[in-house]
Design a protein around this ligand. Structure first.
Ligand code: UDX
Length: 436
């Protein structure tokens, strides 16, 4: 099949590359000239494990192309994916200017039947708006389909190639057949392509992400309660997670969720709800809990240092909002950096991938380390904000010898409390009794 993907951001590039991988001819369109040039020359523009290899292979096989010209990109295609940004506006609602702008352009370009697919996370009713924007200028037949992505950063290629499910919202039979054929190679294992109306598909995306945010925030509140009651959140997590109705995943307490999806989508669903006079009470609470949770370690740090962080130096392991990504959007580590530096402390940070992004954002506000151990030099304590694998089983002797005090504040519960006790650490984590 011949496919166009408009927008070569995170979702667009993964989508385009993975569709090329199953033998389709894919042209990715972007208005950013330098990006298109780089991509055409085999230079990948995002960090995503496993993507570069298949990107280069499909580029070489001539199945993957890049252009800045929309008309050229969509020529002779059957399907056009819209993978454009929907940044939150000032009131929290998703800004549709990029999507509707391209829809408008498409209306002037199209000459024959096409399936236009919304891949971006868009508010309920967007498919209708895209339909109207195209129909203003194009009087022929076409279908607008909602096909939300459920990709997790860091495992996006796997999520795309082997999805738990594919959600397709359309009322057009021809589009239904085309989408079925397109996704057939991805659902061979028997996972479903779930067809529904456009609005339900649009809402499914928000409902999925919001539900996961609820799960995390619920556990973060259970963790707070555990500390007050003397219970251990790890035990409670295992205890409830083995009930299949609850499930083991997404029950890990920590210093809050971040990233490009959860914060934005929860906020947007609250906003959409209010537009139809509905107050989504649970999600309001989730937003509040998560804001507080990002600074969950601060009272513990303050208590240890008698509310005087002036002149103290902290080693900070982890800056990305989660492991295996360089993405720092809404990363809890950034909130920690602000709180620590405002209190007069200095921060020496290390992250395997995200340091360049943080440097660009905060400049000289903090120091960046060459390695995780380098960050410990002369530090009064170690703080863990992201659970990268290399932080899970470190050389504890090195930590002990390099830190000024044997003190660890762990925002992701990566260490075993008994082991930390044996090693003689002062160790605070989330929802578990402190080791003193
Ligand atoms: C998420 C969704 O999982 C994905 O389906 C959607 O398409 C985009 O948003 P992503 O943002 O890449 O993906 O990250 P994810 O792995 O889901 O983690 C989100 C956040 O929740 C991270 O900050 C993570 O640290 C946090 N989290 C996750 C927890 O705090 N506890 C958990 O148990 C799981």
């Amino acid at each position: 099949m011949k496919i166009a993907v408009v927008g070569t951001g995170y979702v667009g590039l993964v989508t385009g590359t993975c569709f090329a991988e199953t033998g389709n001819q894919v042209t990715c369109v972007d208005i950013d000239k330098s990006k298109v040039e780089k991509l055409s020359n085999g230079q990948i523009t995002i960090y995503e494990p496993g993507l570069e290899k298949i990107f280069l292979r499909n580029l070489k096989e001539d199945r993957l192309h890049f252009t800045t010209n929309l008309a050229e990109g969509v020529k002779d295609t059957t399907i056009i994916f819209l993978a454009l940004p929907t940044p939150p506006g000032e009131d929290g609602s998703a800004d549709l200017k990029y999507i509707l702008g391209v829809a408008d352009d498409l209306g002037k370009i199209l000459t024959d039947y096409k399936v236009i697919v919304d891949k971006s996370t868009v508010p309920v009713g967007t498919a209708d708006k895209v339909q109207a924007a195209i129909a203003k200028n194009f009087k022929g037949e076409f279908a607008v389909v909602s096909n939300p992505e459920f990709l997790r950063e860091g495992v996006a290629v796997d999520d795309f190639m082997k999805p738990d499910r594919v959600v397709v919202g359309t009322s057009d039979d021809r589009a239904k057949k085309i989408m079925t054929d397109l996704y057939a190679p991805f659902v061979r294992s028997g996972n479903p392509v779930i067809f529904m109306d456009e609005k339900s598909a649009e809402l499914t995306k928000y409902a999925a992400n919001s539900f996961l945010a609820v799960k995390i925030s619920f556990m973060n509140e259970i963790a707070r309660l555990c500390e007050r009651l003397g219970a251990d959140v790890d035990m409670v997590r295992k205890g409830i997670g083995s009930d299949e109705r609850i499930g083991k995943r997404f029950l890990f307490p920590g210093i809050g969720y971040g990233g490009s999806c959860f914060p934005k989508d929860v906020q947007a669903l609250v906003k959409s709800s209010s537009e139809v006079s509905y107050d989504f009470e649970i999600l309001n609470a989730v937003m509040k809990v998560n804001e507080e949770q990002k600074l969950f370690l601060m009272p513990k740090i303050n208590a240890y240092f008698n509310n005087d962080l002036k002149g103290k130096r902290f080693a900070l392991w982890g800056l990305a909002f989660k492991p295996n990504t360089d993405d720092i959007r809404e990363a809890p580590a950034l909130y920690m950096i602000d709180a620590l530096t405002e209190a007069g402390a200095t921060v020496h940070a290390y992250d395997p991938e995200a340091m360049p992004n943080v440097k660009q954002l905060v400049g000289d506000k903090i120091d960046f380390a060459e390695s995780q151990y380098d960050a410990l030099e002369n530090a009064d304590a170690l703080i863990i904000a992201t659970e990268w694998s290399e932080f899970r089983t470190p050389e504890f002797e090195k930590i002990t010898s390099m830190l000024k005090n044997k003190v660890v504040f762990d925002g992701r519960n990566v260490y075993d409390r008994t082991q930390m006790k044996e090693l003689g650490f002062f160790y605070e984590s989330v929802g578990r009794e402190a080791v003193k």
